[in-house]
Write a protein that binds this ligand. Structure first.
Ligand code: GDR
Length: 330
């Protein structure tokens, strides 16, 4: 059985990827920092086959230990400080985990797997945030980067470090430049889930209004379940590479609001939404739209869930979860 090691296992993508790989017959190991992580029980309920191992992207020795212990065929580095707004408040921590953490994982693979004929394949979760103040639209693998946040600059470091290990040591190291991808496992701090959860609570009479930041920003939103399939396909190629993964469609936060309220059957929503500068960022990425032609042609990948379906799926899920929670309180 092939063996895979996933960092960032407690995040949305880690959870989707673990299920995908278990379904494909892999032995899957998920790395967490400290055994007391409160999300471990969710992982064990969701994917009982998953093995938990302890390691820390801030500590090279622990990563060498994990790679030695697991002896993986494939390493998926999804671990990061991934909330862009937080990266402005903790830029140094973000640079260390999201940026230098990639270098540490690659070093661990180089040390354990050896420089000659290293068989460990590596996937780096790069991000459309690297495009930032976009130089061209849509963005593809050749579009220059102009990151607009400490998170974005850290991801650029991780991306180029991946390329360097590929070119310097011949590692099979690929980088997926993933545009926003969402779903019912998305954290409540991210805008799609914040909106779908609030809309569900408003519909159920549990909340009156919703407060957001910049409503004009535009994102290319796909479904996380589709995007982890693209990660796996990259790693299966004979040659490593960089791939943009996106839907090629962009929507504003206003479009997101419209879709979410519509999914809950609320037509007149303008007065239910407020804005507060607390939720705006020191610098913003205004317009992201990806060109995933290479992923389509080389990987045979394409998204299967469109924007209205994605938002409806999330609203329906949140209606169910919030109604259940409300019943338990009564
Ligand atoms: P993003 O995701 O920064 O694109 O990064 P997020 O959902 O946080 O923001 C998207 C856009 O929505 C605007 N916005 C708000 N965002 C949040 N979170 N809360 C609000 O109240 C709000 N109001 C408006 C933001 O300003 C922004 O323009 C995500 C992360 O998953 C990254 O880790 C990943 O790399 C990229 O997607 C691709």
């Amino acid at each position: 059985m092939p063996r895979a090691l996933i960092t960032g296992i407690t995040g949305q993508d880690g959870r989707h990827l673990a299920q995908l790989l278990v379904g494909k017959g892999y032995d899957v190991y998920g790395m967490v920092r400290g055994q007391n992580n409160p999300k471990i029980h969710i992982l064990q309920d969701e994917t009982p086959e998953l093995e938990i191992v302890e390691g820390d992207l801030q500590d090279l020795s622990s990563l060498i230990g994990v790679v030695e212990q697991v002896q993986p065929d494939e390493v998926y580095n999804l671990g990061a400080i991934s909330f862009v707004a937080l990266s402005f408040r903790q830029p140094e921590l973000t640079a260390d985990i999201t940026g230098v953490g990639v270098l540490r994982m690659l070093e661990a693979i180089r040390v354990v797997g050896g420089t000659q004929d290293n068989r460990i394949r590596f996937y780096q979760a790069s991000s459309s945030e690297m495009f930032g103040k976009v130089r061209e639209t849509p963005q593809n693998e050749m579009t220059p980067f102009h990151p607009r946040s400490p998170y974005g600059t850290a991801k650029v470091f991780g991306h180029y470090t991946t390329l360097n290990y590929r070119e310097s040591y011949g590692l099979h190291a690929s980088s997926g430049i993933l545009f926003n991808h969402e779903g019912f496992r998305r954290g409540l701090e991210f805008v799609t889930r914040k909106v779908t959860n609030a809309v569900a609570r408003i519909k159920l009479g549990l909340q009156d209004t919703l407060t957001l930041g910049n409503l004009e920003a535009s994102r290319d939103w796909g479904y996380a379940g589709d995007y982890v399939e693209a990660m796996w396909r990259m790693v299966q190629q004979d040659e490593p590479g960089d791939y943009v993964v996106a839907t090629g469609e962009t929507h504003t936060i206003r479009d997101l609001l419209e879709a979410a309220f519509q999914a809950a059957g609320i037509d007149d929503w303008q007065a239910l939404v407020q804005t507060d500068p607390r939720f705006t960022r020191p610098a913003e990425v205004d317009l992201l739209i990806g060109d995933a032609s290479k992923a389509r042609e080389v990987l045979g990948w394409q998204p299967t869930v469109d924007f209205p379906t994605l938002i409806k799926m999330m609203v329906d899920h949140d209606l169910e979860v919030e109604a259940r929670k409300a019943r338990q309180v009564q």
